[in-house]
Ligand binder design. Sequence first.
Ligand code: PLP
Length: 411
Amino acid sequence: MLTLDFHATGHHFLQIPGPSPVPDRILRAISLPTIDHRGPEFGALGLKVLAGIKEVFKTRHPVVIYPSSGTGAWEAALSNALSPGDHVLMYETGQFAALWARLARRLGLEPEILEWQGSDADLPEAPGWRHGVQTALIEERLKADKEHRIKAVCVVHNETSTGVTSDIAAVRRAIDAAKHPALFMVDTISGLASTDYRHDEWGVDVTVSGSQKGLMLPPGIGFNALSPKALEASKTAKLPRSYWAWDEMIAMNKTGYFPYTPNTNLLYGLAEALDMLKEEGLDAVFARHRRWAEGVRGAVDAWGLPMQCADPALASPILTGVILPAGVDADRVRADILKRFDLSLGAGLGKVKGRMFRIGHLGYSNDLTLLATLAGCEMGLKLAGVNLAGSGVASAMEYFAAHPAPQAKAA
Ligand code: PLP
């Protein structure tokens, strides 16, 4: 037995904001025997997932499926559409936006970073990491770029390191208001299939996503949803790419096949996840996440601790970042909660390491799982000597009881 299989009793609480818990239905699908990825059965599977995933991105255009993590899908987006030395305007909402910019720099692009400016008493280390994308800054910068040197605007939709969800339609409007031809690239690695996302309607050229969050799969699939404009740009883009090349993928995908060995078993899981999302209905999935987030935010409020998201309208339905009082080591609190209660919480990343923790409330979960999660947090905070104003668990119990979940659709 792998030591990884061992939990003293009961099941482990995986409440990080992805990878999220994998439903049994998906685990069973993944466990089917691997088939020949060039054989006759595979094409039907390929066509099913390639068509089904378009509905989740809300696009009529191709979605490329990679056997990769989200980072690979970031690289694919940039390397297919851009050329060495291209200027890209990137907005730093948190650690993942910062890592995408680092990747761009490593590829030989010239990222220019925009960030919220101001000070913050609760999180002086990273004041900008409590806010969403300020679209006025993007519009102003693009208007000043009269020669159209900026070739792409890149933003993160749901910043998983902070719990802030930016308004992607508003970023599109800012680009349009500046009458700028830059490509628009969006990372919704943790937003897809948990909160509304509309690739076509919001005029996004490349959307980047991954399997291990709202799609409820293990890590290992990366996605690029494309627009005709992105495909056109890729014909003249000069960054080297081979594994990531869209054209070979799209050509082979027409019959449901892939240019190299795809992750067959994860694609079984994807087919199952798409069925599950369809059975529930995407709008119901989004409402379920909003309701959970309300309950969890009420709990954090009851504790009297600041949420990392400073703008309630942009608070993420997927995770909540909780800032701890200065002097309390959030990593220590998390480690103790794991040891005592077998509950994994998300760490503070980059500039906010040790200052906050993240509660994931996404994917395959339910009210009682979240109440247990909040109980683990509450006990851990008290053991660490954090002064809590009240009981977050009691607050969430009241919220969930008073706001019943809508009934699932009859089969
Ligand atoms: N972007 C966001 C918003 C993420 O949440 C993550 C991972 O959590 C990534 C990018 C990187 O994806 P991966 O770790 O799958 O490479």
